[in-house]
Design a protein around this ligand. Structure first.
Ligand SMILES: Nc1ncnc2c1ncn2[C@@H]1O[C@H](COP(=O)(O)OP(=O)(O)OP(=O)(O)O)[C@@H](O)[C@H]1O
Ligand SMILES: [Zn+2]
Length: 847
């Protein structure tokens, strides 16, 4: 296991990664250098398992926004019992000012997306008192110049203005709240836990297409004005106007100007005259533009029927429906091996939920939003909303409105679908719950699993997590009683798990001459193609060559912004930075010494494709990675061709590793299993285990069996050994023991603060300043938090900015959060320094 910090630290830098003997650390001045050992459950400071649960959520449930500071008191043992029921959560309370006493003022708390973030109080003027609710947007004056600004109302209350001269809410922008009250509370909790301004959390929750009402337009409808009841007034009009008006009266419904023009067979002029004379009233309405359709994609040809459940599936389903019926916010982890039929269990669990008039959310990794996944849900339920990244803003808005109106039984989508505004939610499911794409890597840096947990809790509904390779966070939660384990250790139809062979690339006999496919793998591919079986080859690196280096002077062509080697792409002969997309034409000679023989080395999927086509000229080959899958529908096209047998061999990045269910795949080859093993990240082993196990699971799914060949330079590594035996439990045991030594998640919590700036010294100085503030916050709070850094992260420069990071560790996520909150509260960096920092709570990315 590698520590998250590079070991070749500069002198004077901070302590090494937390060691197994924390008591021996040099900076012993603070108690925080000896965090509690998690081995002893009694030593836990809060009893809150921060890895899966949503720390602080219960407290926040009851706490109005203004009282958030109380959470910082670390008094986490005094947890209020959350007595809210879903019924109450959805009822609209009578507006509090019905009980008004004369000196009380109606006040709205408003937050903003840009600094200053608020919340600030505003007076609600008379005309908005019955209108304004939390979850609506408002226009309010902000700052000394009273700049009109859009903000979100998070609370309405009655109170005294306390002698303050409150400004008035200038306008209410929404007719109905865009978030119901439980969702507003979720925003509040997320803002607190992830230390992200509530105004920005709202923006993550409500798609921009909804905020801008994409795909709608304003139309003006005309109706006869009251004065037209006076027949004399109508008769006094010129003939054309009279005719148009009489038609409008006779039709008995409002019409737009153009409708009336057609109807009355006239020009716009008489209608305009009627408006001017006040003979018609105008009414503006926002409507979906005509021609609004959802592009229902066709499936990839898979036949979907309802299966009779196996015994294991039946038992799993019973546990889940039991949880649904209990109306308790239980968390369930469905650990089912690849091909155990988890999807069928999800579907029947949702059928149970739908029977009672409730709805469900199914979160899947973006990559798994294949036609296959969609088809399985779309064909089994009457109304499914599939949310995906290729929707137009108008489609997204349309689906959001359907969901909110309660017209949808199942929402299937990536992480942001956790916010789907279903009015009667009964179950949340995360499929492939271990997947890294559930964590957002921009503000607010939330993890959908944790947000789903919080949302499910507030609604008192179950959360179902499913995976063949659960995250250690979820696995550990089952060991500590925070989640219930459901196991499906066998494949459907008693199909055996595929046999996995390791090829040791260190041995010369195993390697092949000039290429990346070993003899054994070459032979297996040949045999499989001969038997008319299909092959999947995994190489988790796109591009052609991953380094461009001059053999004469050693110069490596690198990104000027990130200082990382550029990857050569053969199509168009470009050199691309995979971190920031910086692209140049690949230099034909060394840009340093002009040597005319620059070398491309390191293997990417493009080069593998060339090799495969040369080795197996008769095979029909397709490549799947983010370069070939840019156009909408390309994914679907390739998978449909693979299902129908028009493609024999599919090669690609992790995109092909997950979820695919093709019975004729008889061979899976992993080109280099070590690719991610030696990353400077404590999760490297876990990621490798997951990737190899998942891709191995793509074979042996039909009656013809299947086998797996894994090429590796570290065949003895625990992660690769366990994956080759499909032994999750062995892996989890060993890995948890490893993490325990360092208090790494899930045994403790971590947070990361990344500081970036254009001048290296200034950036580092800012990082040091922040460290000092963290140290003093820790002292004042008496918090048991370990501080590491600032150190340069593995990626020292990104998009032209120098980077440093600070790492915080604690057994107690609440103490961790409180320390950061206190340290950053009034931390201002002078603008001239051009330094920014971001707080990442529960980071997944350590680069
Ligand atoms: N009870 C059943 N009887 C027969 N076939 C079944 C049954 N349940 C599921 N299947 C089929 O088994 C195959 C595997 O199911 P599914 O794709 O849901 O597996 P999974 O557990 O999600 O696997 P993975 O984790 O690898 O994605 C599918 O083709 C599915 O249609
Ligand atoms: Zn770059």
């Amino acid at each position: 296991m590698s520590p998250p910090f590079p070991s070749d630290r500069q002198p004077g830098d901070l302590p090494n990664p937390p060691s197994s003997q924390p008591a021996n650390r040099p900076s012993a001045s603070s108690p925080a250098t000896t965090p509690n050992r998690p081995n002893d459950p009694k030593s836990r400071t809060s009893g809150v398992d921060g890895s899966l649960t949503a720390p602080g959520f219960d407290d926040l449930e009851k706490t109005p926004y203004a009282d958030l500071q109380k959470i910082d008191s670390l008094d986490v043992d005094a947890k209020p019992d959350d007595g809210t029921t879903q019924g109450e959560l959805f009822d609209t309370d009578p507006p509090p000012w019905e009980l008004e006493t004369p000196e009380d003022t109606a006040i709205a708390s408003v937050v903003f997306r840009d600094a200053p973030f608020g919340p600030y109080d505003y007076r609600i003027p008379e005309q908005f008192r019955d209108v304004l609710q939390p979850g609506m947007r408002v226009h309010v004056p902000l700052g000394r110049r009273k700049q009109p600004t859009t903000g979100w109302c998070i609370e309405t209350k009655l109170g005294s203005s306390g002698g303050r001269n409150l400004s008035d809410v200038a306008d209410v922008l929404d007719g109905e709240p865009l978030c119901d009250r439980p969702l507003v509370r979720l925003v509040t909790w997320m803002s607190h836990y992830y230390q992200s301004p509530a105004g920005q959390v709202f923006d993550a929750l409500i798609p921009s297409s909804v905020r801008s009402q994409a795909g709608t337009r304003q139309r003006t409808y005309l109706s006869p004005a009251p004065i037209t009841k006076d027949n004399a007034a109508v008769e006094a009009l010129p003939p054309k106007q009279q005719r148009a008006l009489r038609l409008l009266i006779a039709s008995g419904r409002p019409m737009t100007e153009s409708q009336l023009m057609v109807h009355a067979d006239c020009t716009a002029a008489p209608i305009r005259a009627l408006r001017k004379k006040g003979m018609v009233t105008e009414n503006k309405q926002r409507e979906l533009s005509s021609g609004m359709t959802t592009r229902w994609q066709v499936g990839d040809g898979e036949q979907v029927e309802k299966h009779t459940l196996t015994d294991e599936q039946t038992a799993a389903l019973r546990q889940i429906t039991g949880a649904v019926d209990s109306a308790e916010p239980r968390t369930l982890l469905l650990h089912g091996v690849t091909g155990s039929g988890k999807t069928e269990v999800y579907i029947q669990a949702i059928e149970h939920v739908v029977k009672f008039g409730r709805a469900a959310i199914v979160l899947v990794p973006e990559i798994s939003l294949t036609p296959q996944t969609r088809g399985r849900f779309e064909r089994r339920f009457q109304s499914v909303a599939v949310l995906h990244s290729q929707m137009t803003p108008a489609e997204r808005h349309y689906q959001w409105q359907r969901i909110r109106r309660g017209e949808v039984q199942v929402v299937v989508g990536p992480r942001s679908a956790v916010f789907a505004p279903l009015p009667r939610l009964g179950l949340i499911i995360l499929d492939e719950e271990h997947d890294g794409s559930f964590k957002q890597d921009s503000q607010p840096r939330y993890h959908a699993r944790k947000v789903a947990y919080a949302r499910a809790r507030s609604l008192k509904i179950p959360l179902l997590l499913g995976s063949a390779t659960p995250s250690l966070e979820s696995w550990y939660a089952t060991e500590t009683g925070h989640a219930e384990l459901i196991s499906m250790p066998n494949r459907v139809g008693n199909r055996p798990m595929p046999d996995v062979q390791l090829v040791d690339l260190r041995l010369k006999d195993e390697r092949s001459m000039g290429g990346s496919i070993s003899r054994r793998l070459h032979q297996a591919v040949n045999e499989t193609l001969h038997e008319k079986g299909q092959v999947i080859l995994l190489l988790n690196r796109r591009g052609f060559a991953t380094t461009i280096q001059c053999p004469a002077c050693g110069h490596v062509v690198a990104c000027p912004e990130c200082e990382l080697p550029l990857t050569h792409h053969r199509d168009g002969s470009k050199a691309v930075c995979h971190y920031c997309d910086y692209t140049i034409a690949t230099p034909p000679w060394c840009p340093e010494c002009r040597f005319d023989g620059i070398r491309y080395s390191g293997l990417g999927t493009q080069k593998l494709e060339v090799e495969v086509k040369a080795r197996f000229p008769k095979a029909r080959v397709a490549r799947m990675d983010s370069d070939t899958m840019r156009r909408p529908g390309s994914h679907q096209k390739v998978l449909a061709a693979f299902r129908s047998g028009e493609i024999d061999l599919l090669l690609g990045t992790q995109m092909i590793a997950k979820g695919l269910d093709f019975p004729n795949v008889l061979l899976v080859g992993v080109i280099n299993a070590d690719a991610a093993l030696h990353f400077p990240d404590f999760r490297a082993g876990e990621r490798t285990f997951q990737l190899v196990t998942q891709v191995a699971g793509r074979t042996g799914r039909g009656s013809r069996g299947g086998r797996v060949i894994v090429q590796t330079f570290s065949p003895e590594h625990m992660a690769i050994q366990a994956a080759s035996r499909h032994d999750y439990i062995q892996f989890a045991k060993a890995e948890i023991a490893n993490r325990r030594k360092f208090n790494y998640p899930p045994l403790g919590s971590i947070a990361r603060i990344i500081i970036r700036g254009s001048i290296e010294d200034v950036t580092e100085a800012t990082a040091c300043l922040l460290l000092q503030r963290l140290e003093s916050a820790r002292e004042r709070l008496g918090a048991e938090v370990r501080l590491l850094g600032p150190a340069p992260p593995p990626i020292v420069k990104l998009r032209g900015k120098y980077r440093f990071h600070l790492l915080l560790q604690s057994i107690d996520p609440l103490q961790l959060g409180a320390t950061i909150r206190m340290a950053t509260k009034s931390f201002k960096i002078p603008e001239k320094d051009d330094v920014q920092y971001v707080v990442d709570i529960d980071p997944l990315d350590m680069l």
